[in-house]
Design a protein around this ligand. Structure first.
Ligand code: ATR
Length: 291
C-alpha cells in the first residue's frame, strides 16, 4: 500500500483498541480493491472523546468506527444519527458528509446479514430469546423486532436491565417482548418456547471457555437456531452443546464481518458483489483465526 497525497483516512476510536480486528478487514479490502485509503486505530480515553471528534472533524477524515466505551456518548458530538442508531441509542459508524458527521449503527444490520446468510432463516413470525441486556443485546433486539419477530424474551442476570430493554422494545418498536432473570425457572421455559436463541453476553468467552449462559444440555434440541455473538473461541460451550443436540449453531464472526462491510460500503459509497464479499470473508476468517 502506498500512502500519497490523496490517501483517504478511516479509522476506529475506542479504549482499549489493541484487540480490534477491524484494521485487518478494512485495510485488506482497500488493498485488494486498489482503493487509496488507510484504516488506523486510535486509542481515545473517555475524557478525550470530545477532543477526538473535533480533531477527526477538523482533519476531514472520510469516516470512522466507534467502539467501547464511546458508542453512546459519541452521539452528542455528531451532527445527526440514522433512525436505527437513534432507536438503538448507539453509534458504531460515523460518516463525514460534506463536513457534517453522521452516525449509523451497523451492528444490527451486520447481525441480521450474518444470521440470514449463515442460518438460512429470518425473524419474521419467530419466537426469539435474547440472553443479555447490554449494548449488543439492544442492537439485536431492535433489529429482531423491526424484522417482525413474533415474540421476544429478554433474559438477563440483572433482571432490571432485562425489564428496561423489554419495555423499550414494546414502547418503541412492537409489543412483542417479555423478560425474566436468567437463573429463573421461567427463563428455561421461555427458551424452550423459542426457535431462535441469541447469546449477547460474554459468558463462555476466552479465557472462561467452559462457561455456558444457559443450561444448554437440558434445553436445546434440533428445532433451535443458536447464535452466539462470541467468536473467541470459535465454538463456545453453548455452540458445542447446540451442535451436539442437532441445533443450527453459528458464532459471532459473521456479525463482526458484516458490520464492517456495511460501514466500508457507506464510507466509500460502493456496494460489493457477492463474490467480493465471499473473498473478503474467507480472508477475514483466516486472519482472525491466526491471531
Ligand atoms: P455489550 O456491549 O457487549 O453488550 P455490556 O453492555 O457490558 O456489553 O453487556 C454485557 C451483558 O453480559 C449484560 O447483559 C451482562 O449482564 P448484567 O446486566 O447482569 O451485568 C452480561 N454478563 C456479563 N457477564 C456475565 C456473567 N458472568 N453472567 C451472566 N451475565 C453476564
Amino acid at each position: 500500500m502506498i500512502i500519497n497525497g490523496s490517501t483517504k483516512i478511516i479509522g476506529i476510536i475506542g479504549d482499549p483498541i489493541e484487540h480490534s480486528k477491524s484494521p485487518i478487514l478494512h485495510n485488506y479490502i482497500s488493498d485488494s480493491k486498489n482503493i487509496n485509503a488507510v484504516y488506523v486505530p486510535f486509542r481515545v480515553s473517555p475524557d478525550s472523546l470530545q477532543d477526538a471528534i473535533r480533531g477527526l472533524r477538523g482533519l476531514n477524515v472520510v469516516g470512522f468506527n466507534v467502539t467501547v466505551p464511546h458508542k453512546n456518548k459519541v452521539i452528542e458530538y455528531l451532527d445527526g444519527v440514522s433512525e436505527e442508531a437513534r432507536l438503538i441509542g448507539a453509534v458504531n459508524t460515523v460518516k463525514n458528509v460534506g463536513g457534517k458527521l453522521w452516525g449509523y449503527n451497523t451492528d444490527g444490520d451486520g447481525f441480521l446479514m450474518s444470521f440470514k446468510e449463515e442460518t438460512g432463516h429470518s425473524f419474521s413470525g419467530k419466537n426469539v430469546a435474547i440472553i443479555g441486556a447490554g449494548g449488543a443485546a439492544r442492537a439485536i433486539a431492535v433489529k429482531a423486532a423491526l424484522e417482525g419477530a413474533d415474540k421476544m424474551v429478554i433474559l438477563n442476570r440483572t433482571i432490571d436491565k432485562a425489564k428496561e430493554l423489554s419495555d423499550y422494545i414494546n414502547d418503541n418498536i412492537s409489543d412483542c417482548s417479555s423478560f425474566a432473570g436468567i437463573e429463573h425457572n421461567d427463563a428455561k421455559n421461555a427458551i424452550m418456547d423459542c426457535q431462535i436463541i441469541i447469546n449477547t453476553t460474554s459468558v463462555g468467552m476466552y479465557p472462561s471457555t467452559d462457561k455456558c449462559p444457559i443450561e444448554a444440555n437440558s434445553i436445546l434440541n434440533d428445532r433451535h437456531i443458536v447464535y452466539d455473538i462470541i467468536y473467541n473461541p470459535v465454538k463456545t460451550e453453548l455452540l458445542k452443546v447446540a451442535e451436539k443436540k442437532g441445533s443450527i449453531a453459528v458464532n459471532g464472526l459473521g456479525m463482526l464481518f458484516y458490520q464492517g462491510i456495511n460501514a466500508y460500503e457507506k464510507w466509500m459509497d460502493i456496494e460489493f458483489s457477492e463474490n467480493e464479499i465471499e473473498q473478503f470473508y474467507t480472508m477475514f476468517k483466516k486472519a482472525v483465526l491466526e491471531i
